[in-house]
Each structure stands twice: as structure tokens, then as C-alpha cells.
Design a protein around this ligand. Structure first.
Ligand SMILES: [Zn+2]
Length: 419
């Protein structure tokens, strides 16, 4: 492996952070949703203080903010932010993570000591081909690794520490933010954009080396509730209206060859039923509606409304109610108005020797919501692969590259400020 341009302890930090169980939970009423997240947030707060950052705060909701003071003599360098989330996915245990370093990777299948039946196959993981000679970190077979998003946390910490010990690198003020509960969709619920006080920010939460994400789905959530009439089944003739059957009829009417996750890719959107709560009296179906063009969401919502009413009409006495909630919007609609945010990131990638790969994300990020809350926030690769599973892996070489991109990004913003 080539030695990194900026030598930091981001890997050591990462190996340390993954040992703290920060799994978030959907069904929790507290914020953050789990106490383990606060353990890491408190730890990061203390480490930022010890490093000597200014304005280090841990607020009532667990958000950690801090400032790396400017080293530039220019007065109008914009404040830029760097963000990562501390929680890990509810889909796989994050308790007792034992990180393993597979040194000098030579193209083998990666096997796990704690479950030899689990394998990260070279042939099934095309990105491994680019990692020959690098060191790869995995978990041990029974937990996820937590590179999503502790790699981002560690990269930001590494870059911050480097900048503090190299005041000759000219940069403007940097705001650092570590956030809880991204994986359960509440990462921005209590994010105080005004207190963060940055012109723009970057989440370090993308996947493969070189990825820069500036475009996400726009998404809404729909709940369709069918009302029927329940009676004793022995005496139901001519009276019972079974809401389960109405819901099944509705689902059968949804497009099959198009407009579904299993039949679309690239820029094509979908309507996706994903949860059903079924009873004779009442059955509700939850659906995700997603497309890159926000206007298309409205069309799909009309389709859902029409199909729901048609299904209800086929069962006299049944009734359908449709409720739409906004989830998030394509960040591109905001970033278009701030071309410097994307251009400066592209320039930082090139200075780090990477051609930025800008691809639309078929999902959302915290940055999608933050962008619409007034903080334009694209997403930069952190090097995470196979996230939310025990097959997660990351290469230390990619982590060092992410640190390099952060430092170059700070330089570019400073150079391009007028004075
Ligand atoms: Zn993530």
C-alpha cells in the first residue's frame, strides 16, 4: 500500500469506535433512540475538547458540534461543515464487534473466525479487485462492522487532528457535527441548522472510493387504510366486508412490470408496498413512493389513490382512505442553487487523485433533509461496503483517501475565497 499523503490515526480511531455498540432502534421513544449512541457521542465530545477545538457542545438530543478555528488570514472564507452519524443499523447486531485487519489483501475470499460459513467472496464483491495490496477491515462473522458510519466519524476526526497540528495549511472555519439515529430516519429531527452555522456541509457517508453524491430520490410515504365490516363468520352472509380481501385486490392492481423496486434501476421511480397490518375490520398498507423528479411523486400518488378507490368499489360496503406524508426531497433541487458546493468538492477529489463519480442515490441521506432545512449537504464516500450486514468491509487505503479529500476540500474553499 502507498503511504497516505496525510498520515493520521483515523484507522486506530475507527478500530476503537466500532467496539462501542451504537445500534439505533425504530421502536424507541427516546432521543437518541439508544443509550449506546450517547456513549460514543460523549466520547467524541471529550476527544474534540482534548484536541483543543472551540465551541464543543453536546446538546440535549445528543448532537455533538465543534469548531476548528480558521488558519487563513482571509476574512470571508465560508464556514463549511463535516458530518457523520454514530449509530449503526437495526438490521444487524453491533454488540461486541471484533474488528479484524486482513493485511496485504491478495484477492482471496475473506473468511470469518466466528462463523466460518460466512464468506466475503472475491467474485461476489467486484470492488475488492481494486484493493489488492491494501489492508481490509471486517468484523468477525457475527456482527456488522459499523463502517457505516464510524468510518466517516474516524476520517473526520483524523482530518481535524491533522489540521490542528498543521496550522500552515490555510483553511476557513470548519464546523464538525456528529449525529444520532440516521439509520432509523431521524438523524436530522433535532439538528439545529442555525446553531451549526455553516454555509454548506458534507456528510462522509458514501460507499466506494471516488463517489460524490449530489442527487437523491424524492420520497413520500403513503398509508392506505381499508375499512370493512367484521361479523361472526358463521353468520356473515350478506353482511361481512373483509378488508383483507380489499387490500389484496388493491395490491393486485399495482403495476407489476414497471414502477416497482424489483423492476427498476437508474432514474426510474417506484411505488413499493412494504408493510401490511391486516384485519377483517380494518387493513392498512404502507407504501413508499420514490422518484428523482418530485413532480412524478404526485402522479404516482394519484395512481395509488385511484387503485385504492377502485378496489374499495369492487367490495360494496368497503371504504378506502389514503394519507400521504412527505419523507424527503432530492437534494439536487437545492444544490443547483449552490454550484460552488459541488464544484469545490469535485476539485478536492481531483487534487486527491480521484475522478469524482457522481451517481444518483436510489435512497435518501441526512443530506437530503438538511439541504431543504437550509444547509446544502452533498455526500462524500467514506469507503463503506456491504453496510448493514456482517459482510461489511472497508480498506484502510480508502479511509486515508477520504481524509485527503477532506483536507483538500478545506484548502480549495480557502483558495477560492476572495479575501
Ligand atoms: Zn450511513
Amino acid at each position: 500500500m502507498n503511504s497516505p499523503r496525510y498520515a493520521t490515526n483515523c484507522v486506530e480511531r475507527f478500530l476503537d469506535y466500532v467496539k462501542i455498540d451504537t445500534q439505533s432502534r425504530e421502536d424507541s421513544d427516546s432521543f437518541p433512540s439508544t443509550p449506546g449512541q450517547l456513549v460514543l457521542l460523549q466520547r467524541l465530545h471529550d476527544e474534540l475538547k482534548a484536541l483543543g477545538l472551540a465551541d464543543v457542545t453536546l446538546d440535549a438530543h445528543g448532537y455533538v458540534f465543534a469548531t476548528v478555528p480558521a488558519t487563513s488570514s482571509k476574512k470571508d472564507v465560508p464556514v463549511i461543515g463535516l458530518l457523520a452519524h454514530v449509530d449503526t443499523s437495526p438490521e444487524m447486531s453491533g454488540l461486541g464487534v471484533k474488528p479484524i485487519i486482513h493485511c496485504n489483501y491478495w484477492g482471496q475470499d475473506l473468511v470469518f473466525p466466528d462463523d466460518p460459513s460466512a464468506v466475503i467472496g472475491f467474485n461476489d464483491n467486484p470492488h475488492l479487485a481494486g484493493q489488492i495490496g491494501n489492508d481490509i477491515i471486517t468484523a468477525s462473522g457475527t456482527t456488522l462492522l459499523g463502517a457505516d458510519n464510524k468510518a466517516g466519524v474516524a476520517e473526520i476526526m483524523g482530518a481535524v487532528e491533522y489540521l490542528l497540528s498543521h496550522p500552515e495549511i490555510a483553511h476557513g472555519p470548519l464546523r464538525i457535527g456528529f449525529t444520532p439515529d440516521e439509520e432509523v430516519g431521524r438523524g436530522t429531527a433535532h439538528f439545529d441548522v442555525a446553531a451549526f452555522g455553516a454555509y454548506c456541509a458534507y456528510t462522509m457517508d458514501g460507499e466506494t472510493l471516488g463517489e460524490l453524491q449530489v442527487e437523491t430520490f424524492s420520497a413520500d410515504a403513503i398509508t392506505v387504510t381499508f375499512h370493512g365490516l367484521n361479523t361472526h363468520p358463521g353468520f356473515a352472509k350478506g353482511r361481512m366486508v373483509n378488508a383483507i380481501k380489499v387490500a389484496a385486490d388493491f395490491i393486485g392492481r399495482l403495476p407489476k412490470a414497471t414502477l416497482s423496486p424489483e423492476t427498476t434501476a437508474g432514474y426510474a421511480g417506484f411505488v413499493h408496498p412494504y408493510v401490511m397490518d391486516a384485519g377483517v375490520e380494518k387493513t392498512s398498507v404502507k407504501l413508499l413512493v420514490r422518484d428523482f423528479a418530485t413532480a412524478r411523486l404526485g402522479e404516482m400518488e394519484q395512481l395509488v389513490e385511484r387503485l385504492a378507490q377502485e378496489a374499495a368499489a369492487a367490495y360494496p360496503g368497503a371504504r378506502a382512505e389514503v394519507r400521504v406524508e412527505q419523507s424527503y426531497r432530492n437534494m439536487k433541487e437545492v444544490l443547483e442553487h449552490h454550484p460552488d458546493v459541488v464544484e469545490n468538492a469535485c476539485e478536492a477529489f481531483r487534487r486527491a487523485g480521484l475522478e469524482p463519480r457522481i451517481e444518483p442515490i436510489r435512497g435518501g441521506t441526512d443530506g437530503s433533509r438538511l439541504s431543504f432545512m437550509g444547509l446544502p449537504t452533498p455526500n462524500i464516500f467514506a469507503g463503506e461496503h456491504n453496510f448493514h450486514s456482517r459482510y461489511e468491509w472497508i480498506s484502510t487505503s480508502d479511509m486515508h483517501k477520504a481524509v485527503e479529500v477532506i483536507i483538500e476540500l478545506c484548502r480549495v474553499w480557502e483558495e477560492r475565497a476572495s479575501g
